[in-house]
Design a protein around this ligand. Structure first.
Ligand SMILES: [Zn+2]
Ligand SMILES: [Zn+2]
Length: 213
């Protein structure tokens, strides 16, 4: 039984948790949400000796997707996801960047393929279920590995907080519905990594997160 590891590389002024998920033994891996600082992501890939098979995107915000095209050009791996409902956001990343004073560091993104609810992605022998969890953005997806009880939650759920919904396409009621009907039912024991700050467990958030209790 091979083990899956996660290496976090904080990127962009938003301190986004770019995440390299990889098999400890085979060193097959993916990069989730390369928002920027691509040189640092490449250095981590090199240091860990990872053969990157794909770039997975949780959603179309600059801090998650802004470096995806540069990383694809550098390593030749396909960009997979998010759900096509974020196509508009991804086509306007350079506009988002100008709003935050980050022009030049970000490129508009065209994924090689979109993801839909219920698809399965692989890292070597490790299967990840794709769940469409809109609300923070219309096309947000999360990646769940049932065998390891591990979730990559993107910006849907944080330790002690939830995703903001004041950005274009955000909707608070939709986000709460995604968390209640799709995320929490995965089980209290599920540990998760999120887009910003430390991870947590779903049971801890169900009991103590002020936005959910
Ligand atoms: Zn976001
Ligand atoms: Zn974010």
């Amino acid at each position: 039984m091979t083990r899956l590891s996660a290496e976090i590389v904080p990127v962009t002024p938003f301190q986004q948790n770019c995440c390299i998920l990889f098999d400890d033994t085979s060193k097959e891996g993916v990069v989730v949400d390369p928002g920027g600082d691509v040189e640092r992501i490449l250095a981590a890939i090199d240091r860990l000796g990872i053969a990157v098979e794909a770039i997975w995107l949780t959603h179309g915000h600059i801090d998650h997707a802004g470096g995806a095209m540069d990383l694809r050009d550098a390593i030749g791996a396909e960009i997979v996801g998010p759900h096509k409902a974020d196509a508009m956001l991804l086509s306007r990343l350079e506009d988002q960047a100008r709003m935050f004073g980050l022009e030049g560091a970000v490129r508009n993104c065209v994924p090689d393929r979109w993801l839909a609810e219920g698809e399965t992605l692989q890292i070597g022998t490790h299967a990840f279920e794709v769940l469409h969890a809109p609300g923070h953005s219309p096309g947000h997806v999360v990646f769940f590995q049932r065998a390891a009880q591990f979730l990559h939650a993107g910006d849907v759920l944080f330790a002690g907080s939830i995703g903001r919904t004041d950005l274009p396409g955000g909707d608070h009621a939709t986000l709460l519905a995604s968390i209640r009907t799709k995320i929490l039912p995965l089980g209290d024991d599920v540990g998760f990594i999120c887009g910003h700050g430390p991870g947590s467990r779903l049971g801890v958030e169900r009991r103590t997160n002020p936005f959910l209790v």
